[in-house]
Design a protein around this ligand. Structure first.
Ligand code: ADP
Ligand code: MG
Ligand code: MG
Length: 898
């Protein structure tokens, strides 16, 4: 196998590059694009790239070099020396190189780079002689020792920074550039001493000479240690975490680029900078970036000195030519890569050198504008434009944000569960949030975790903060559905809801009710005090891209919504119907009393009057929903959750009774409450998710589905009489056998017929089922014979396929599973291949059983771009997701089709 590829020119000036942009998997992004730039004639300092595969072999063997690799590197090093006519470490005219990491996918700042390698106590003299610039030479040497010590040996960078500060103080120098050659030479001595005192002789026996560790003078050893360090940086904790967050595989490895140094720190006609070919914040077509005169490497990014805008470069004495050439290069790169590019360059004594280019990271607004502009400029096709925008990024555009120019201190971090920013007074209960909203106050609801009981408070609050629970915890799911900002699982928060305060662990901060905090659900941070917010930028560009996306996608997109406002919102976002209307969400607030009275009263009379009241209320609900979605399908799911979810917590009641008893309360009222407690207790189940819920409720209490179907049909009949075009569909949840479906279908059909008769209207209301239990998926052919449609409830299907209780596993062991790679990702966020196999089986069997079957998915996965790709592949008819995910799903569905 070939492990090393060269790039750049030879001694005669001909291009001898072996790689190209197509070889990112082998050469990494940086190496592949350095090769590509050399191939299109841009000035790239020559060098060679060691492959990503070598990194993986080295790492997998326990940091042992594969056979022959070091020899191959040595021969490419000799080749580079021959091309440059200089040798690394030479005492008269030394070649200096950088050793740069570069993975196949961009991982900015995650891994390591060493500059000025090859300097030692002898070659420094050669560099001084060649350049006639001792200050530059000593500055380069001190930078090399500093970077090598930090990156390769792992010494604390502060040791060196402090020595520089001390030197500046001693000399009364304001800036680094005020230090003289002599000062820097002295610093080099100081740095070498720091190195000897701090590097471990046990870890680096090769560096021990005369019984003490010394800074390595042998360039070959310098190079080998630096390459090994870059390989090692692939597995450093921050790179590992970054990959996990960005779903980048751990087995890609990083390439190592060894490249001749060019110097931006050779005086006032030298400079270094970074630039974008367009504005990465808003997409404006303008050159964007910064440079620093007489500086090297990361000085620009590190903010050591104030930088100047790139547009000024071509007006600076001595830099005009390079500045003008750079602008030509920007245009050339855009035309070649057909994308907005991000560039690193250096100017050495008036001469421009390109050090890196890649597709520039950009905000959602910028991504939209650049894609549309480039399509209009004829640079890319419409299909490409649609693929240029990250679907998940669209979320940024749909919610208020922290003003990015604001400064603030983060007091806690959690999961970025639902995007957008919120500012408000802390409240610790849903009731307090509601009360505050009535007074016109903005609040942030802070809870250990939320429950269905908190819904009113969640709606009233600007944002939701929990100390427990994962990205699909109750708080997260509901918040995303509402489009409310939410940070969940902020573990540093030690909440005492009773005392209405929360301690921030590890600090002496205590949040009390009424304190103002800000949270950013896009990044998962919590800030004390009010951060300025900016309104979301909804521009015409979003519309344009989504319209283009609609031309290409074959998957339908519907929304999960249970009230007319959300339905209208989702319709304005482009939803083509409601895929899931969870009727239990209509049983909250004042309706809760009614359903409680249904559950807790055995006598048929009270039951009937409760059901009548529910019927009235639900008819109104459905009327509003069908009207908002006139002409489009609305799938209403019959009551699904276990009944105890509608009751008070027996624990709270028990505590209350005990307390009142101790206080000597009236015996009769205590007895009544004890009876109530016994009643509530009788509804408590050991495994409520597997208990009396879904279609089982309708079978045990047929009066409930009759009421709901009657309300659905009546609302539809009324709208029909008003000349509208309602399209309700009835969905029966949690079916595991066809017999269950058959029975409830019979009930529903009979009820619909009664309503048609009574109202004198013809209604055809499709009746279907959710496929959310493995048994339903594997007997889908039988079930489909009795169903007009299937909707895959992938949340429950994931729970029941894995045997994972979603509410319990996310905070507990899924994080550990992810860390130990027992799971590649959270299966509640992105559909698992095993669960997807059941979906595929359900679809295929279902269509066998009923060729006209309409199939969709309505779990959380319906709004996840990776899952949408899977669903497109399976051939579903549509996905259904929360209103705010509708634009995301439209775009993801188009990308899946392209
Ligand atoms: P990162 O991937 O963190 O951006 P790089 O490998 O791009 O790291 O190196 C960081 C910076 O170091 C570059 O932007 C450039 O300014 C400087 N640098 C790297 N190699 C060279 C070189 N051969 N000559 C001059 N400067 C270099
Ligand atoms: Mg770089
Ligand atoms: Mg379900």
């Amino acid at each position: 196998v070939k492990r090393v590829y060269r790039f750049g020119k030879d001694a005669q000036g001909s291009n001898v590059t072996e790689g190209s942009a197509a070889m990112k998997a082998v050469l990494g992004g940086k190496g592949a694009n350095l090769a590509e730039m050399a191939n299109i004639g841009l000035p790239v300092p020559p060098g060679f790239t060691i492959t990503c595969q070598t990194c993986m072999e080295y790492a997998n063997a326990g940091n042992v070099w594969p056979e022959g690799a070091l020899d191959e590197i040595a021969s490419y090093r000799a080749d580079l020396e021959q091309r440059m006519g200089k040798r690394i470490g030479d005492a008269d005219d030394p070649l200096l190189v950088s050793v740069r990491s570069g993975a196949p996918l961009s991982m900015p700042g995650m891994m390591d780079t060493v500059l000025n390698l090859g300097l030692n106590d002898r070659s420094i003299q050669g560099l001084i002689a060649q350049t006639g610039n001792p200050r530059f030479a000593w500055d380069s040497y001190r930078r090399f020792i500093q970077m090598f010590s930090n990156v390769v040996i792992g010494l604390d960078g502060d040791l060196f920074e402090n020595a520089i500060i001390a030197m500046k103080q001693l000399r009364g120098a304001a800036s680094d550039t005020d230090l003289t050659a002599e000062d820097l030479a002295e610093l080099v001595g100081e740095f070498k001493r720091i190195f000897s005192e701090n590097a471990s002789p046990e870890r680096y026996p090769a560096l021990v000479a005369d019984g003490q560790v010394t800074f390595p003078q042998d360039p070959e050893l310098q190079l080998r240690l630096a390459v090994e360090a870059v390989f090692g940086s692939w597995n450093n904790p921050r790179a590992t975490l970054y990959r996990q967050k960005n779903k980048i595989a751990d087995d890609l490895g990083t390439a190592v680029n060894v490249q001749c140094m060019v110097f931006g720190n050779k005086g006032n006609t030298s400079a270094t900078g970074v630039a974008f070919t367009r504005n990465p914040a808003d997409g404006t077509k303008e050159f964007y970036g910064d440079y620093l005169v007489n500086a090297q490497g990361e000085d620009v990014v590190a903010g050591i000195r104030n930088t100047s805008p790139i547009s000024e470069l071509k007006h600076i004495e001595g830099l005009q030519e390079a500045g003008t050439e750079l602008e030509e290069v920007f245009v050339l790169l855009e035309n070649h890569f057909r994308d907005m590019m991000d560039i690193e360059f250096t100017i050495e004594q008036g001469r421009l050198w390109m050090l890196q280019t890649r597709a520039g990271k950009r905000t959602a607004a910028s991504a939209l504008k650049v894609a549309i502009d480039m399509q209009r400029e004829g640079l890319i096709t419409k299909e490409e434009a649609v693929c240029r925008v990250e679907p998940d990024q669209l979320d940024q555009l749909l919610h208020p944000q922290f003003d990015r120019s604001a400064t603030y201190d983060v007091i806690a971090r959690g999961l970025n569960a639902s995007p957008g920013a919120a500012v408000g007074k802390v409240v610790f209960s849903a009731a307090d949030a509601v009360a505050a909203a009535e007074r016109g106050e903005k609040t942030v609801l802070v809870r250990w975790e939320t429950t269905p009981d908190d819904l009113a408070g969640m709606i009233a609050a600007e944002g939701i903060l929990t100390s427990h629970g994962g990205k699909t915890s109750h708080a997260a799911v509901i918040a995303r559905g509402m489009g409310a900002p939410c940070v969940c699982g902020a573990e540093a928060l030690k909440i005492d809801a009773e005392a209405k305060q929360a301690r921030i662990a590890g600090t002496d901060i205590v949040l009390r009710e009424g304190d103002v905090i800000s949270l950013d659900g896009t990044t998962g941070i919590v800030v004390l005090g009010a951060v300025d917010l900016v309104e979301p930028e909804i521009t015409g560009d979003l519309d344009t891209i989504l319209e283009w996306a609609d031309e290409f996608r074959t998957l339908g997109v519907r929304a999960n919504a249970d009230n007319p406002e959300d339905a209208e919102l989702s319709r304005s976002f482009g939803a083509e119907g409601i895929g899931l209307d969870r009727t239990e969400h209509m049983f909250l607030g004042e309706r809760k009393q009614i359903i409680q009275s249904f559950i807790l009263n055995d006598d048929p009379e009270s039951r009937q009057s409760a059901v009548d009241a529910l019927y009235e209320a639900q008819t109104g609900d459905f009327y509003g929903m069908f009207k908002a979605m006139d002409g489009l399908p609305v799938i209403v799911r019959l009551l699904d959750p276990p009944l105890h979810e509608f009751l008070e917590s027996p624990r709270a009641l028990e505590v209350d009774i005990t307390r009142r008893e101790a206080a000597g309360a009236d015996a009769r009222s205590l007895a009544a409450d004890r009876e109530l407690l016994a009643k509530i207790d009788s509804f408590v189940e050991a495994n409520p998710m597997l208990g009396l819920r879904g279609c089982r409720l309708g079978i045990v209490y047929p009066i409930l589905p009759v009421m709901q179907v009657r309300a659905i049909a009546t609302a539809a009949a009324r709208l029909r009489k008003e000349g509208l075009n309602p399209h309700p569909e009835i969905m029966i949840p949690l079916v595991s056998t066809v017999a269950e479906l058959e029975k409830l279908r019979g009930v529903a059909e009979a009820t619909i017929a009664e309503v048609c008769e009574a109202e004198g209207v013809e209604l055809s209301i499709p009746i279907g089922t959710m496929i959310e239990l493995p048994r339903a998926a594997v007997t889908a052919d039988q079930i489909a014979a009795k169903a007009d449609f299937f909707s895959f409830g992938t949340n429950d299907l994931t729970q029941t396929t894995f045997g994972f209780s979603r509410d319990d596993v996310e905070g507990e062991f899924i994080p550990q599973y992810l860390a130990e790679k027992l799971l590649p990702y959270n299966p509640f966020a992105t559909i698992d291949p095993g669960v997807a196999k059941l979906v595929r089986m359900g679809v295929e069997l279902g269509r066998e059983g009923n060729p006209d079957l309409v199939v969709g998915v309505c779990g959380e996965h319906g709004g996840d771009p990776d899952s949408i790709r899977t669903f497109h592949g399976i051939g579903l008819d549509y996905v259904s997701c929360s209103p705010y995910r509708v634009p995301v799903a439209r775009l993801a569905a188009a990308q899946a089709a392209l």
